[in-house]
Design a protein around this ligand. Structure first.
Ligand code: HEC
Length: 162
């Protein structure tokens, strides 16, 4: 897709989000869907309404969270993600301060039902270009097992390298 096509796709997506939002009505505002800023995330909205591209849908972590896997994931997280998402994943990294949208609070993400393996893998592999965010795509710089080990580390709830 060229950048104009991508832009148009984004515009259509945003319009669809606005229409769907308007249709939800005021009652939904007080419902659980609005809590934790979920509906303010174009990424969450996209996933809930479109699912994932076929190459990502249903992907499941192939790694067992052994101490070695977790150590690798924590190191990769520190090297590739902490600058924006913060050492503990709270979205407070120094390189993220000026970003709009800001880096996600990954500890919050991991506490939500949306934090399925396929959602996380897709987010990390494809990054945020389609949502106009600075989240880089890691599919060319990290191997699949690297991404899975990071997901294992995120799921362990402890991102500190030992
Ligand atoms: C340059 C800053 C930057 C770096 C580096 C970065 N991210 Fe992000 N990330 C973002 C931003 C900004 C968002 C929010 C917008 C979006 O969803 O694209 C985000 C969103 C995400 C999300 C989606 C969370 C949600 O609830 O929607 C995940 C998962 C994620 N990042 C994981 C990672 C991981 C893992 C790494 C390292 C391999 C990483 N990010 C590196 C900036 C960054």
């Amino acid at each position: 897709m060229n950048s104009r096509a991508l832009y148009m796709a984004g515009a259509v997506l945003a319009l669809g989000a606005a229409i769907a939002y308007a249709q939800m009505g005021p009652g939904t505002m007080r419902g659980g869907m609005m809590q934790g800023g979920m509906m303010s995330s174009p990424r969450h909205f996209y996933y809930m309404h479109n699912g994932l591209p076929p190459e990502y849908a249903g992907k499941v972590n192939v790694l067992t969270p052994t101490p070695q896997v977790l150590a690798r994931g924590r190191k990769l997280y520190a090297d590739n993600c902490a600058a924006c998402h913060g050492a503990n994943g709270n979205g407070d990294g120094p390189a993220g301060r000026e970003l709009n949208p800001p880096p996600a609070d990954l500890s919050l993400t991991m506490s939500m039902p949306i934090a399925r393996d396929d959602f996380l893998y897709w987010s990390i592999a494809e990054g945020g270009v389609q949502f106009g965010s600075a989240m880089p795509a890691f599919k060319t710089t990290l191997k699949p097992d690297d991404i899975w080990s990071i997901i294992s580390a995120l799921r362990s709830g402890d991102l500190q390298t030992k």
